[in-house]
Design a protein. Structure first.
Length: 154
């Protein structure tokens, strides 16, 4: 499929529909809630799953259908942290038997993990640029000028 992926209906409702394209009224609405922690996660994976899932659930963007996407995010983050620890102890370069200085293989794997993390963070609205595209509906903030004008008219 060429072009940009379609914007989810709930985001179109929150952002508005400036293009006036018809809104899908039959889009499935998955059950909100925190997915279960995958059984294969280690200690670090379980920690980050619970922490990130709680944050996403608090904002209201996490559903049980997001289990695999959240799993991919956590796996990439755990991999990233593992490569960071490896590079801290072994360094970013190493010397070969011939005396050449080469980049540590973990450096490339860390960069790859970061790309996957960045993509998943954007998918969940966890980066500043992706978050700025969403306007959360909620209580209106008090407007001092409106309060003053209202008091004057009474």
């Amino acid at each position: 499929m060429a072009g940009r992926p379609p914007t989810p209906t709930h985001l179109r409702l929150v952002r508005g529909n400036p293009s006036k394209r018809p809104i899908n009224t039959h889009e499935p609405t998955p059950e909100k809630g925190v997915p279960h922690v995958p059984k294969h996660f280690g200690k670090m994976g379980r920690y980050w799953h619970e922490r990130i899932a709680a944050e996403l659930n608090q904002v209201g963007v996490l559903t049980r259908l997001d289990a695999k996407a959240l799993e991919l995010l956590i796996e990439a983050y755990v991999e990233y942290r593992t490569h960071c620890e490896t590079l801290e102890t072994e360094g970013y370069t190493y010397r070969t038997d011939q005396g050449l200085i080469k980049a540590h293989p973990a450096a490339g794997m860390k960069a790859d993990a970061w790309k996957r993390i960045h993509a998943m963070l954007s998918a969940f609205g966890m980066s500043p640029s992706s978050r700025s595209k969403v306007n959360m509906a909620g209580e209106d903030k008090a407007d001092p000028l409106a309060d003053l004008l209202k008091a004057r008219d009474e």
